[in-house]
Design a protein around this ligand. Structure first.
Ligand code: FMN
Length: 395
């Protein structure tokens, strides 16, 4: 094990900070085993439920959001929980622990709000050998009408009650997976912390509606002409995940699994900087396979080396002291847009339009050369973002 990566998370030793999140990549023993062999430190099983709550999945359950360049920025899913029985998951957790004793196998569980149902799931997964439990109080589309998933996790009292039931039933650590679809994630986190949670995982998917076919008015993903609100994941949700993890780090002392839009080692550093001490990854694996672990690990190694850090844990919370309220920001910080690479200008005029119509009319062409009037520029930075060529920057 690389000592730099050695992480203790709730008493579980992780050989590196990367776990597979509960999702299609962890829906079978074979898939999880393949991932662990490739170098993942552990996996959270696809969420298990009492057998009577298992439902079918619609044939079309994914839709994607593309940037104007055609790259996939986000994924919507309307998938349910596991379609495999509890007996399958008991056997799977047990086998994986025998085959990979040094890897973390976390069982994700979900039930309706019945104490016996949660406690039975928890006890059976503990008896099967799970290192920890993750309580799915956060799926934004599964049986909300039956008061499950995010329907429970939106309410701090039910979240706390379920956490306390599970804590009373097992000795292994209990991680609560939170939904971002709440007005205040800190309130729910504090409630589950008081109820005995050992750790938090954030975020589950963001409730969304991917789009509408403007010819047929079918919402996407369309299932025989109809759809429902689903869960949004992938790189597009990283800013929401970072915000939630930072808010958790600011309000609780619990260790945090950062989740949401992670696809590269840089994303992991960012999640650590806002308070995570391990991460979980789903959509990037769905799109690119378990093998992404290799470049992620080598990127992290190189970064830690360059920064002279002997432990990745030293990064946890590194950016938190710099996250403050808007009112405390320095309103006198004197910065203006500057032309840093005039030779790259293609005269598209995007900076001029943005500045004229949304800003200060500080940019114009003078003899066909883009020019900034620093007396007019108030440093908003919009021009540097709309420029496709990197001609301008805030200096
Ligand atoms: C198709 C799909 C199925 C998922 N199923 C589950 C699940 O069963 N239990 C759960 O806790 N989270 C589930 N998730 C949420 C992921 O674990 C993760 O929290 C979310 O996708 C954000 O991470 P990402 O941007 O890396 O995908 C699912 C996500 C996707 C895309």
């Amino acid at each position: 094990m690389n000592n730099r990566f050695h992480t203790e998370f709730c008493g579980i030793t992780l050989e590196n900070p990367c776990l597979l999140a509960s999702a299609p990549p962890t829906q079978s023993r074979e898939g999880i085993a393949k991932a662990l062999q490739l170098g993942w430190a552990g996996a959270v099983t696809k969420t298990c439920a009492p057998d009577d709550l298992i439902t079918a999945d619609p044939a079309n359950r994914f839709a994607v959001y593309r940037s104007t360049e055609g790259k996939i920025a986000g994924l919507e899913n309307i998938e349910g929980l596991t379609r495999k029985t509890l007996a399958y998951w008991e056997a799977t957790v047990c086998q994986l622990k025998q085959e990979f004793p040094a890897k973390a196998i976390i069982a994700s569980i979900m039930a309706d709000p019945r104490r016996e149902a949660w406690q039975e799931l928890a006890r059976r997964m503990e008896a099967a050998g799970a290192d920890a439990l993750e309580l799915n109080l956060s799926c934004p589309h599964f049986r909300l009408a039956d008061n499950m998933g995010a329907a429970l996790g939106k309410n701090e009292d039910t979240s706390a009650a379920i956490t306390a039931w599970v804590k009373a039933a097992v000795k292994i650590p209990v991680i609560v997976k939170l939904t971002p679809n709440v007005s205040n994630i800190q309130t729910v986190a504090l409630a589950v912390e008081q109820a005995g949670a050992d750790a938090l995982a954030a975020i589950n998917t963001v409730q969304c509606l991917m789009g509408i076919d403007i010819e047929t008015f079918e919402p996407q993903p369309a299932v025989n002409g109809y759809s429902s609100f689903g869960g949004y994941s992938g790189s597009a949700i990283k800013p929401i995940g970072l915000r939630c993890v930072a808010q958790l780090a600011q309000s609780t002392k619990l260790p945090i699994h950062g989740i949401g839009g992670i696809g590269s080692w840089q994303d992991i550093i960012e999640y650590f900087a806002v308070g995570a001490s391990a991460v979980q990854i789903c959509t990037a694996v769905m799109f690119n396979g378990y093998g992404i672990i290799k470049p992620i690990i080598s990127g992290l190694e190189t970064y830690l080396e360059r920064k002279g850090l002997s432990k990745i844990g030293a990064l946890t919370g590194a950016a938190i002291p710099r996250i403050t309220s808007r009112e405390q920001l320095d309103m006198h910080w004197n910065r203006h847009s500057t032309i840093i690479a005039p030779e790259k200008c293609i005269h598209c005029g995007k900076c001029i339009r943005a500045c004229t119509e949304c800003g200060q009319s500080a940019i114009r062409f003078v003899n066909k050369i883009v020019t900034i009037d620093s007396n007019r520029c108030d440093g908003c930075s919009l021009c540097s973002h709309v420029c496709p060529q990197g001609v301008l920057a805030l200096r």
